[in-house]
Design a protein around this ligand. Structure first.
Ligand code: 0K2
Ligand code: SF4
Length: 325
């Protein structure tokens, strides 16, 4: 009798593109369609190698700073947002800007501006050096202290311990952030909460889904790039939630044979900046290793969509009008 196989894949849902990433990638595609190459993009439009490579092939030019963009050229600001200083620098070079900042990141910027106006100290939980944190902190640099982790809390010095509020990067681990907040509140009992969650719906939903599959998985594969905060968090959450092992990969070719020794159930998910085609490739590669049964485990349904950046909408409208003339 042939040996029965119990090899299977638990595929987390939601996974992959969120509304803000979808909008940002389409913004670059539309800009290329409308205006042709080159379209400059400040920083990676989203933190995914494949997306950046694909858009580069289509004519996008990724730069680190606006001073690398020729005077008067078109530049897209990435989904992670920019500080007012970056906007000023772009204006001073007469750049035509297209703002693909996710509206949920803009919401946090507005909170930062508001709290700074009332002279509160903002404890911004997030990762130093991450573009989103640079952008948000840049709204009120004199009022902001970046808190990287719970261990940072003891070293914080503020002008008035009774006048502090916390905000956060949108793509953090919910559990670790809550631990940081708990430690902050121990030190600052009058700490004010943000008006609503800063960690966005997509980040939260992907963590809830991976938490559901992790306890049953011998191995959890997270598709996403190394600089993608939300993707890297999914590996941590999978391990904390009971997965025996978890690895992040950019693409199927990075799967390693030794990860599969004795593995019956493989969990699969992907970060908010990851196109579904990369997940399909991983499923094909797993199928070739005998993991043919795929069971999707859905913990939420997402239907949020954002309208395209207003600059793109205006250009599309103008094109339509010209076509009718
Ligand atoms: O997770 P990260 O903030 O590093 O960013 P991406 O991987 O590009 O995901 C999209 C989030 C962009 C802004 O929140
Ligand atoms: Fe917006 Fe959240 Fe997506 Fe970031 S992860 S682009 S905040 S929806």
């Amino acid at each position: 009798m042939p040996a029965t196989t119990t090899k299977k894949v638990l595929l987390a849902a939601p996974r992959g593109y969120c509304a803000g990433v979808d909008r940002a990638v389409i913004a670059v595609e539309k800009a290329l369609e409308l205006h042709g190459s080159p379209i400059y993009v400040r920083k990676e439009i989203v933190h995914n190698k494949y997306v950046v490579e694909t858009l580069t092939e289509r004519g996008a030019i990724f730069v680190d700073e606006t001073d690398e963009v020729p005077e008067g050229a078109r530049v897209v600001f990435s989904a992670h947002g920019v500080s007012p200083a970056v906007r000023e620098s772009a204006d001073s070079r007469n750049l035509l800007t297209i703002d693909a900042t996710c509206p949920l990141v803009t919401k946090v910027h507005k909170e930062a501006v508001r709290f700074a106006k009332s002279d509160q100290t903002i404890l911004l939980i997030g990762h130093t050096g991450h573009e989103e944190v640079e952008g948000t902190a840049g709204e009120a640099p004199e009022h902001t202290i970046v808190v990287n982790s719970p261990d940072d809390v003891d070293d914080i010095v503020v002008p008035d311990p009774d006048n502090v509020v916390w905000l956060s990067q949108t793509t953090l681990s919910v559990d670790e952030t809550m631990e940081t907040v708990r430690r902050l509140r121990e030190r600052f009992p009058n700490l004010q909460d943000p008006p609503s969650d800063d960690i966005c719906y997509a980040t939260q939903n992907r963590q809830v889904a991976v938490k559901k599959i992790a306890p049953q998985a011998d191995l959890v594969i997270v598709v996403g790039s190394a600089n993608s905060s939300n993707s890297v968090r999914l590996v941590e959450v999978a391990l904390q939630s009971g997965a025996n092992a978890s690895y992040r990969i950019d693409r199927a070719a990075e799967l390693e044979e030794e990860w599969f020794e004795g593995v019956e159930t493989v969990g699969v998910t992907s970060g908010a900046s990851v196109p579904e085609i990369l997940v399909r490739d991983v499923l094909d590669a797993l199928s070739a290793r005998g993991y043919e049964t795929v069971e999707e485990v859905r913990t939420a349904t997402e239907d949020l969509m954002f309208s395209l950046p207003r600059e793109i909408r205006a250009d599309l409208k103008a094109k339509e009008a010209a076509g009718r003339a």
